[in-house]
Design a binder for this molecule. Sequence first.
Ligand SMILES: Cc1cc2nc3c(=O)[nH]c(=O)nc-3n(C[C@H](O)[C@H](O)[C@H](O)COP(=O)(O)OP(=O)(O)OC[C@H]3O[C@@H](n4cnc5c(N)ncnc54)[C@H](O)[C@@H]3O)c2cc1C
Length: 352
Amino acid sequence: MKDVMDFDIAIIGLGPAGSTLARLLSSSLKVIAFDKKQAFGNDGFQKPCGGLLAIDAQRSLARLGLSIPTEILVHPQVSSIKTVDLQTGISCSYRREYINVNRHAFDLWLKSLVPETVDVRHDTLCKRVLRQHNGYRVTFVEDGVERDITARYVVGADGANSLIRRTIYPYHQVREYIAIQHWFEDLSSKPFFSCIFDSEVTNCYAWSVPKSGFLIIGGAFDKKNSRDGIEKIKERMGGYQLNFGKPIKTEKCVVLYPSKITDFCCGQDNAFLIGEAAGFISASSLEGISYALDSAEILSGILNGQSVSQNRDYKYKARSLRVKLLCKIIKSKLLTNQVFRSFIMKSKIKSI
Ligand SMILES: Cc1cc2nc3c(=O)[nH]c(=O)nc-3n(C[C@H](O)[C@H](O)[C@H](O)COP(=O)(O)OP(=O)(O)OC[C@H]3O[C@@H](n4cnc5c(N)ncnc54)[C@H](O)[C@@H]3O)c2cc1C
C-alpha cells in the first residue's frame, strides 16, 4: 500500500540555499520549510559570516533577478583587500569588488521572498530525519513541542553541520575547521579589509572586515587550537594599525574545508543536499554564498521538472559547481604554501 505523504518536499534550513530553493519551487508542489532563525529582528540564531558578496554571488543574484535592498548594505564598501603574510611580513593590496552586507539582514531578506504557498516554520529546530517507505519522516521542535511530518523528498539546506548530511552519509567525514569572529568597536583611523596568512597558526586563513562602525577579526582554525589561534592573529595584527579593545561579541561555528572532489555530496534516495550542507564552499576563500544560490537554482530545476531520476540528474547538473570547487581546492593548496605565496606576493602580479 502506498503511504500518503503530508508534503512533497521538506526543506531543512533557510539560509541562502534553502530560501532560494523555497522561492523557486513550483506552487503546484506542497512544500514545508524549517528554519531555526526567527522571521524578523536580531534575536535568536544568526549565522556567523564575513558578509562579503563575491562577484560570483553578485552574478547569481543578478541571474535570479534580485537587486540587493540598500538597508542590507553596510559601510565601507570594498575597493581592495590587503593580503598579509604574518610570517614573512609581506603585504600586498589587490583590487576586489565584493559587496559588504549585514549577513543576518541578507538572510532575513531572502527568507522574506519565500512565497506564501510554502509552509514556513521559523524559530523551529529540525531534530531528526528518518527514511521510511516512499519518503521521510521529519521530527522538529516548534514552540517547545516535538512534532512530525512526512515528505516524499527531503532537502538538507542546513549548512556546515548538516543533520541531513550526517543522516544520509553517516560515515563520510569532510575536513572541518572552527571559524571564530571577534567584533570590536572600530577605533582605527583607516579600517581595512584583509586576508591574513600565518601557517604557524592555521592551515586556512584569517581576515578583518570593517562593518558600519565595527571591525570583525575572524579566522578558521583547527578544532584543538581555535581560541589560541584567534588570540595569536589579533596579537600579530597589532603591528598593522588595527586597534582592538575588548571584543563586544564573539561568534563561533563549524566551517567546512573540502579537500577532495568526493567531499561534495549531492544526496541520494530522494534526499538532496544544497549549499554548504553539500560541501559547496570555496576552500581558497571560504566563499559559499554563490554556491548556495547556484545549487538551489539547479535543484529547483530538477524538482520542478519531469525527471524520473532526480538524484542522478542533480548530481550531473551540479558537476560544473563541483569542478569549480575542485579548482578552489587546488588554489587553496597553493595559497597556503608559504614558498608559493611569498613568490606570488613578491612578484606583485595583479597587486595595486
Ligand atoms: C565565519 C565565516 C565567514 C564567512 N564569510 C563568508 C563571506 O564573507 N562570503 C561568503 O560568500 N561566504 C562566507 N562564508 C561561507 C557562507 O557563510 C556559507 O557558505 C553560506 O552561508 C552557506 O549557505 P547555506 O544556505 O548553505 O547554509 P547556511 O547559511 O549555514 O544556512 C543554513 C540555515 O539552516 C538553519 N538550520 C541549520 N540546522 C538546522 C536545523 N537542525 N533545524 C532548523 N534549521 C536549521 C539555520 O538557520 C541556518 O541559517 C563564511 C563562513 C563562515 C563560517
